[in-house]
Design a protein around this ligand. Sequence first.
Ligand code: FE
Length: 198
Amino acid sequence: MKNKKITRKITQGMYVLTTKNGGCIVDAVSQISAGDNPLISVAVMKTNYTNQLLKENDKFALSVLSMDVNPEIITTFGMNSMRDINKFETIKTTEVEGIKIIDESLGYMVCEKIDTIDNDTHTLFIGRLIEADLFEDKEAMSYGYYQENKNDLIKVTTEQGKTAWVCTICGYIYYGEELPENFICPKCGVDKSMFQKK
Ligand code: FE
């Protein structure tokens, strides 16, 4: 492969995907059919706890993040797991069709899950749009913009006096002088070359 970076040019956005009892940040969302109730697909990493929750639930929602998103939303939903914290405790949400949506977003789409397709690293969930609203007609954040600017958008706080290795993909922090041999990010599955020393 000559340069895989070209895949960054696929236009993807930044969304908070929620379902009952959890949620996470996703970028791979597409509208894949037309009509009043189009189909929406979303790819979710298999290692992600939200993936497990989605398999058990029949509805999910996508809240669309804006260019001036509150970074706390990204750190809470993108860099933590509901296995460890309650993400809904600090971020304001409203329930629509039984699913929590993010108040500080451009709007939301609630879908009824109709299909699940497993691929190698992700599961593709396909849902039919049953409810949607636009709160603010502003520019949505693109995944490419987030990747280019994430160091300014999010300040990763590490423990003082300790060497930290931060996953540049998901924000997971490993404390230790060196990363172990063959280390794999326990959250997103990338190898140690994707970690940055802080
Ligand atoms: Fe990671």
